[in-house]
Write a protein that binds this ligand. Sequence first.
Ligand code: PLP
Length: 399
Amino acid sequence: MHFADRLQNVETSAIRELFKLLGKPGIISFAGGFPDPALFDAVGIAQSSAAVLSNNPGPVLQYGATEGYQPLREGLSSFMAGKGSTVAAEGLIVTTGSQQALDLIGKTMISPGDKVIVEAPTFLATIQCFRLYGAHIIGAPIDADGVDVDKLEALMLEHKPKLVYLIPTFGNPSGATLCLARRKRILEIAARTQTLVVEDDPYGELYFDTAPPPSLLALSDSVPGSRAWLAHCGSFSKILSPGLRVGWLIAPPELLAKATMCKQFSDAHTSNLTQAICAHYLTLNRLQDSLAVVRQTYAERARVMAECLTHELGDAIEFNQPQGGMFFWARLTGANGKPANAADFAKRAIEQGVAFVPGVSFYAHDADKSSLRLSFATADVSKIRDGIARLGQALSFHD
Ligand SMILES: Cc1ncc(COP(=O)(O)O)c(C=O)c1O
């Protein structure tokens, strides 16, 4: 068969390949980006499902509007207001996960050869998705405070990108959070250079002790002209359940209209049933209680993982302590002949019964081969202790 030329730009994800090995019995996985299913508020979701199906079920089982189920759009408008962002129900569309919001941005904005700047490293599926539309992806370096804005600005001036894609809060895979000063500067640069900035924010609610700085969206009201150049993707996946496949896109009206048109050709609309469940769930006032448990659980797991990494791997590894989200981003130091290549180390780790993702997958170019991502969200504390001890054993099998 002769497949479309656009597929030539994209390879199967190395992570998917790795996942094939995870079926091995007894393996402890820090590889996935999945929330812990034990923390899903199944009781609240069941309550909402029963309510929407028993009370006038016709509309939620029927076809619906491409823009989204109106009570959910209104619920999301209030939810976003609670996070400091003013968004009318008409200023957002509901998407099938935030992944679809990213795809719609790619579809509406990227022509073959267009340049797109992302953080290096960034979410692999975004790299793949934007490449499918022919984007030439350029990575901007990050540190513990998120993307280096001086370098980002220089890259923007040099390449005049079609858009800049950022995960400013508890990034995947970096775990890094962009500091307030950098957030403001990025909005100023977006307004001044008239460049679309896409803020992907699935993890912002998963903070441990203190809330992160306001989102770019929340800050955009105080930076003149920036709102017109900002798109924001949100999702219930990490705060409620990814299986519901409900996310949302907030964007300037013209872009939102084009994205809605593209969504019509893609899936007509997101499942009305799961949208109605989410809308009802928001009225139950259970989300904050459920999130409090998630935050506390992930905070404890992150603390234990940091402790174990230091204890078991010592100077073999360097990492920043995340303040929220689901990931540790680490670097093998290669100190005293210890491993320096994360892909090789991942193979040894799997032999010892533990998995993580080598960092190379998260770069569009010039990958740091010593980097790796460890998720602390899915394994409980005892598995984390056991799994990191196995990583320590994998070190000693290094020749
Ligand atoms: C940064 C980022 N964006 C978007 C997504 C997509 O999430 P969903 O489509 O489930 O909302 C993920 C999922 O892991 C992610 O990490």
